[in-house]
Design a binder for this molecule. Structure first.
Ligand code: PEP
Ligand code: MN
Length: 342
């Protein structure tokens, strides 16, 4: 931690600052420059961060040397993290996840039909929401536990690990019984009680970036989960809010290499929620592979016009099949592989 003193600080203020630092149990090194005077404070960075050093008179700024997301950082864990998702599917370190399925679980027959199609096309993880975070309270809210049972059965039958969203800390135990991967949605990225609760499970967590969250915000949320005991966090870029209404969100693809430099956690890109447009999803999915994504997440529906949620952005199974083939081929160029399930 570095303390920058104000240009016009007094010697009394300096003495007071040094005394305060020692009272807090930290050491310091003083550096008097021609223009500015700095204090390098030595101690446990997390404790230092919590100390209100900036509130002391004469202090202009307090600069952190280390990242505030320690466990999620690449400095802490140099190698890419690799997680097992189920049925032999891995994510990270050259293994790619291809996550596909409808926005919401609507019933057993339709989910099985879509699951068989996406699996045949090469998807290795099945998605589907049982509890849906809808903007309107009057929209379809999901089938709840009934939906979870359907998802589990279809996942078992088609031999694919499954991912579904958990919206509330009180749902974690229930959803944990049915799913292989817990999804924390964009609207809940900073629901810290939820992050702490999924942090107590041993399931991989697909953590979606909040609509106006910075990359550091996302990594701090990942840190919450890891700090509570679960290091299996998969980051997900799903687009951020922008002024351009021609797409649902703005896909921040630079986030992928950016966050990869900062963190060892695998990254999934979701061009479905990012663009909201089937005509843009294929090119953005491929661009995400080129940007270094460890997984692609696509909403697919066999009859989008009948979908109970996010129909307008769903790819048809044949469109997904064509894209999946291109994703597999492009992945090879980057020494990655989309594993197939049994
Ligand atoms: C979803 O995956 O269906 C979803 C609601 O995603 P997001 O949280 O990214 O909006
Ligand atoms: Mn959706």
């Amino acid at each position: 931690m570095i303390i920058v003193l104000k240009p016009n600080f007094s010697e009394e203020q300096l003495q007071h600052i040094c005394q305060k630092i020692e009272e807090m149990g930290f050491r310091y090194e003083l550096s008097r420059g021609v223009q500015r005077t700095l204090l390098g404070v030595i101690g446990e960075e997390d404790e230092l961060r919590n100390a209100p050093l900036k509130a002391i008179a004469g202090v202009e700024d307090v600069l952190s040397v280390l990242k505030p997301f320690k466990l999620a950082s690449r400095e802490f864990h140099e190698e890419d993290s690799v997680f097992e998702l189920g049925h032999g599917v891995k994510i990270g370190g050259g293994s790619m996840a291809l996550i596909a399925g409808p926005c919401a679980i609507e019933g057993p027959e339709i989910l099985l039909e879509i699951a068989k199609e996406v699996k045949a096309a090469g998807a290795n993880v099945l998605r589907g929401g049982a509890f849906k975070p809808r903007t309107s309270p009057y929209s379809f809210q999901g089938l709840g536990e009934e939906g979870l049972k359907i998802l589990r059965e279809v996942g078992d039958e088609t031999k694919m690990p499954v991912v579904t969203e958990v919206m509330d800390p009180r749902q974690v135990d229930l959803i944990d019984q049915y799913t292989d991967i817990l999804q924390v949605g964009a609207r809940n990225m900073q629901n810290f009680n939820l992050l702490m609760e999924v942090g107590k499970t041993d399931k991989p967590v697909l953590l979606k970036r909040g609509m106006s969250a910075t990359i550091q915000d996302l990594l701090m949320s990942a840190e919450y989960i890891i700090a509570h005991g679960n290091n299996q966090v998969i980051l997900c870029e799903r687009g951020i809010r922008s002024f351009d209404s021609s797409t649902r969100n703005l896909l921040d693809l630079a986030m992928v290499p950016n966050a990869k430099g900062l963190s060892h956690l695998p990254i999934v890109v979701d061009p479905s929620h990012a663009t909201g447009r089937p005509d843009l999803i294929p090119s953005m999915a491929l661009a995400a592979v080129a940007a270094g994504a460890d997984g692609i997440h696509i909403e697919v529906h066999s009859c989008p016009e009948k979908a109970m949620s996010d129909g307008p952005q769903a790819l048809l199974p044949n469109q997904f099949a064509e894209l999946a083939k291109q994703i597999q081929e492009l992945a090879l160029v980057f020494n990655k592989k989309v594993a197939t399930t049994p």
